[in-house]
Design a protein around this ligand. Structure first.
Ligand SMILES: [Zn+2]
Length: 226
């Protein structure tokens, strides 16, 4: 029986050959370095293909995906990706992109024991708790589900903005800007939730201001002198 995954290697051969037709140096350039302008934080869902739906080529998008696009301060994976993207790759934009029909969000709306998933889903259940008045007022279950997808994106954007590296880098260079988007699988459209990054930053810095250090100020001053 022909192994089903063999088609992946066949696809890969066709793909690399097609790249070389347009640009014989494609892989030479690709292997030299990377300087993506965007960090994309999205869901692991197999139907949400970041590069494809955004029309991005290899090298243009730094990607982190997990169940329901969660950014949790105790999760070393997402926080390491964000720190690396901000400090070393100097990305200009951080996009948190959720999607309607998200299984992780649906599971979090189900008040029952889901074993190992419980600690992960708790971050999303916390989003529900924070916005319970608004969500419980939505009678239509589908609309409530869609709204939790949007609110989860908004709260994960806030979790990104809480990070010291994001605040420090923004103070120094006026980037990265954090964006909240939702992919609508029913239409194929990406919807910009138009999160007000500067206002959120200003609001949360009343509690989470992590930039008031001599180190940041001296870095900013040195930069202004150059
Ligand atoms: Zn999902």
């Amino acid at each position: 029986m022909k192994k089903s995954y063999e088609r992946i290697f066949e696809n890969n051969k066709k793909w690399l050959e097609s790249q070389l037709v347009d640009n014989p140096d494609f892989f030479k350039t690709l292997s030299a370095t990377q300087s993506p302008e965007y960090l994309y934080i999205g869901c692991s869902d197999s139907r949400v293909s970041a590069e494809e739906m955004m029309g991005m080529k290899p090298g243009e998008l730094f990607v982190h995906r997990n169940i329901a696009n969660v950014v949790n301060t105790l999760d070393m994976s997402s926080t390491a990706v964000i720190q690396y993207a901000v400090e070393h790759l100097q990305v200009k934009h951080i996009i948190v992109c959720g999607h309607y029909g998200c299984g992780g969000i649906k599971a979090a709306m189900t008040p029952e024991d889901l074993g190992l998933l419980n600690p992960w889903l708790r971050t999303i259940r916390d989003v529900y708790r924070l916005h319970q008045t608004e969500l419980d007022a939505i009678e239509d279950e589908q609309k409530r589900y869609d709204r939790l997808v949007e609110l989860n994106v908004q709260e994960q954007c806030i979790n990104v903005i809480k990070m010291a590296c994001v605040q420090e880098e923004y103070l120094i260079d006026e980037y990265p800007i954090v964006h909240g988007w939702v992919f609508d699988m029913r239409s194929g459209k990406i919807i910009d939730l138009e999160i007000d990054f500067e206002q959120i930053l200003k609001d949360i810095q009343k509690i989470y201001n992590l930039t008031d250090s001599n180190w940041v100020m001296s870095r900013k001053n040195n930069k202004n002198l150059i």
